[in-house]
Design a protein around this ligand. Structure first.
Ligand code: DSN
Length: 422
């Protein structure tokens, strides 16, 4: 980063601080991960200089001979990874991709079933103040109050009652596996389209740990930067019969020129995910999450749904007498990052909710395993039980840094002791 250092020392300083924060802290936000150095190089390459409205072979600008090759390769690799009939790699991120799916497949005002935000859904799955909630008639379904799981009979009942044009499944804060086939069955009973948002679990699906909705669902969207471990962005996969509508909805419907530097990063990440060691990573991510969940539960943490089938854990802190915001802030102080989160049927507000959401993709990418999950569970317990004990917080912070030094972050190897002494 010598160019930034020479030209803009302030930004250089902020990036340096962030590099240290990432290398010296434990990242438990379940939607975050570390890309490879190769993906990062693509993001900082000359491809950022190019404009390429349109699709490979049909562009509105000249000079596309290299861009077409890159975009086609990204599409081919994504098809191989997920077995999709059609892929569009141009969406800038998850929210525009979801908006494009609705734009392609629905009319404004159509009825759609989606999981309520504070039950694990996403803002683009019908939150009343979001575009999705304003443009379409979203009917929310909920998780069961006792089990914390989606009650498929309730979904069936709502589907028969409201006759939606589309059913949305796939979530941001739901720790359990999803019954894709059952969703498809219900959708078929009422003639609804099926849309899966697998942003959180795409890497686990690509790694063969979780079942894929691609064979059953009409359209599937994923962001590319979460468990899939690619650059910030998204892609849409669909049955061939929706290909034209989806492509048109992305460009020119909602977006202009694709971000070619990001699309190159996507192609690189898809190739990485096709390698055998990606399977090991995705299996270990789930093993780590289950192990962490068990040790948190043993320490009296109240896990929504009692545990996890995925990379993600949702904890209700009510029995600990603290809020999600308090926990997040104190954990930030010791170098453990996670996010405050509402829990189903939460009586508190989203800016200071009852829960926290955490997950294992980033720590697994660093090479951490079950033994480290036990240490993390112990740290969480110590911090949450001693929020005002500054000496204890300082001691945990030191231990966090010490452990992190043994597990290099991709691209930040020079900041870890393991590499320095190797
Ligand atoms: N912001 C993402 C997450 O953290 O789950 C969803 O868009």
């Amino acid at each position: 980063m010598s160019a930034i250092q020479g030209q803009d020392p302030q930004i250089f300083d902020f990036i340096q601080r962030e590099r240290h924060r990432q290398a010296e802290g434990i990242e438990l936000i379940p939607s975050e991960n570390y890309t490879s150095a190769a993906v990062m190089e693509a993001m900082g390459s000359v491809l950022t200089n190019k404009y390429s409205e349109g699709y490979p072979g049909k562009r509105y600008y000249g000079g596309q001979e290299n861009i077409d090759l890159i975009e086609n390769l990204a599409i081919e690799r994504a098809k191989e990874l997920f077995g999709a009939e059609h892929v569009n790699v141009q969406p800038y991120s998850g929210s525009p991709a979801n908006t494009a799916i609705y734009f392609a497949m629905l009319e404004f005002g159509d009825t759609v079933l989606g999981l309520k935000l504070d039950h694990g859904g996403h803002i683009t799955h019908g939150l009343p103040i979001s575009f999705s909630g304003k443009a379409y008639n979203f009917i929310p379904y909920l998780v069961d109050k006792e089990t914390g799981r989606i009650d498929m009979e309730e979904v069936r009942k709502l589907a028969h009652e409201h006759k939606p044009k589309m059913i949305v499944a796939g979530y941001s804060a739901y720790p359990r596996d999803i019954e894709w086939k059952k969703f498809k069955e219900i959708a078929d009973e009422v003639g609804a389209l099926t849309f899966a948002d697998i942003s959180h679990t795409a890497g686990l699906i690509a790694g063969g740990v979780l079942e894929s909705p691609v064979p059953y669902f009409d359209v599937v969207m994923t962001t590319t930067h979460k468990t899939l471990r690619g650059p910030r962005g998204a892609m849409i996969m669909c049955k061939e019969k929706y290909a034209k509508a989806i492509n048109r909805a992305i460009f020119p419907g909602l977006q202009g020129g694709p971000h070619d530097h990001v699309n190159a990063g996507k192609a690189i990440a898809f190739a990485e995910a096709l390698k055998p060691d990606f399977k090991d990573y995705s299996q270990q991510t789930v093993k780590n999450a289950k192990h962490l969940a068990k040790h948190l539960s043993d320490r009296g943490f109240d896990l929504v749904s009692g545990g996890t089938d995925t990379h993600l854990i949702l904890v209700d802190l009510t029995n600990k007498g603290i809020t999600g915001k308090m926990a997040q802030e104190k954990l930030d102080e010791v170098g453990i990052t996670l996010n405050k989160n509402t829990v189903p049927y939460d009586q508190r507000k989203p800016m200071d909710p009852s829960g926290i959401r955490l997950g294992t993709p980033a720590v697994t990418t660093r090479g951490m395993k079950e033994a480290e999950m036990e240490i993390i569970a112990e740290w969480l317990d110590r911090v949450v039980s001693n929020l005002e004990d500054e000496a204890l917080l300082a001691a945990v912070k030191k231990e966090v840094e010490e452990l992190c030094m043994g597990f290099p972050v991709p691209g930040l190897e020079e900041l870890s002791r393991k590499t320095v002494t190797a």
